[in-house]
Ligand binder design. Structure first.
Ligand SMILES: NC(=O)c1ccc[n+]([C@@H]2O[C@H](COP(=O)([O-])OP(=O)(O)OC[C@H]3O[C@@H](n4cnc5c(N)ncnc54)[C@H](OP(=O)(O)O)[C@@H]3O)[C@@H](O)[C@H]2O)c1
Length: 236
């Protein structure tokens, strides 16, 4: 039977690559983001426009999208917001709040909606980041939110023993996020920028499609790890 898969953030980058691969493999694929990937929808993606920064509208739209799905073999919580690289002291609280809404709290209400109606969910992979561990200067709300995401995943793993959870750092990916980072002027305060600029255009920073292929190969082996753990694809 075809696998049933949900991916958040399907309009670009890694999420687009994942949806593209699973559609090619004949899976039943559900996805959401604000922008619509019209080519994927034409190929059968079940899509709803959802703004994950706004629970008041997004949650109902998401619930409608998944209404008819009785189970998911795999849920990939991929959507994410980077925000601006700048010091904490210069980052407005509203910006941090929005980053937390998209990168953490939306995943809480998405999981709560998924687990309604006795829906069976076999595996959840939340796309985390090495920034959840490094806390490099300038990565303010992004690092905070990805560290909180790791803990959210661990907490749900404790409540849902029938579902396998992982928070997975995917490594560097050449997407819109990296376009922003690698186009910033060099700044000695924000040391990782130099590493990212050097990696761009090399195999150290694969594109969304290539990274998606690697992750898809790794998903089954994640199930051998303890549920709720943080893992880094580069260290598997
Ligand atoms: N690129 C990297 O090097 C890298 C490294 C480590 C981890 N990651 C993680 O990988 C994941 C994918 O990122 P990416 O690099 O593929 O970035 P991307 O190309 O910017 O894609 C981000 C996706 O998230 C969606 N999204 C953002 N804000 C949203 C909102 N308010 N509501 C709904 N959807 C929203 C975007 O869709 P819309 O804008 O259409 O809404 C888009 O589909 C993220 O979780 C990111 O933190 C990336």
């Amino acid at each position: 039977m075809a696998e049933t898969i949900l991916i958040t953030g399907v309009s670009s980058g890694l999420g687009y690559g994942l949806a593209d691969h699973y559609l090619n493999a004949g899976a039943d694929v559900y996805g959401c983001s604000r922008g619509e990937p019209t080519d994927l929808v034409a190929r059968g993606l079940k899509f709803a426009p959802v703004d994950l920064s706004d629970e008041s509208t997004g949650r109902a739209a998401f619930a409608t999208l998944i209404e008819e799905a009785s189970h998911f073999d795999l849920v990939i919580l991929n959507a994410g917001k980077l925000g601006k690289i700048r010091d904490m002291k210069d980052t407005p609280l509203d910006d941090l709040r929005e980053t937390m809404e998209v990168n953490v709290w939306s995943n809480k209400w998405i999981l709560d909606e998924l687990f309604t109606r006795d829906r069976r969910i076999d595996q959840v992979v939340a796309i985390s980041s090495g920034a959840s561990q490094s806390g490099s200067r300038g990565w303010n709300g992004y690092s905070l939110s990805k560290a909180a995401l790791n803990m959210l995943v661990k907490l749900y793993a404790g409540e849902r023993p029938e579902t396998h959870f992982t928070a997975l750092a995917p490594g560097l990916i050449d997407t819109a996020m990296q376009d922003y980072l690698t186009n910033l002027p060099e700044d000695p305060r924000y040391a990782p920028l130099e590493i990212l600029k050097a990696a761009k255009g090399t195999p150290k920073m694969p594109d969304g499609q290539t990274c998606a292929r690697r992750l898809i190969e790794a998903f089954p082996q994640l199930k051998h790890r303890e549920s709720g753990e943080y893992a880094d694809i580069r260290k598997l």
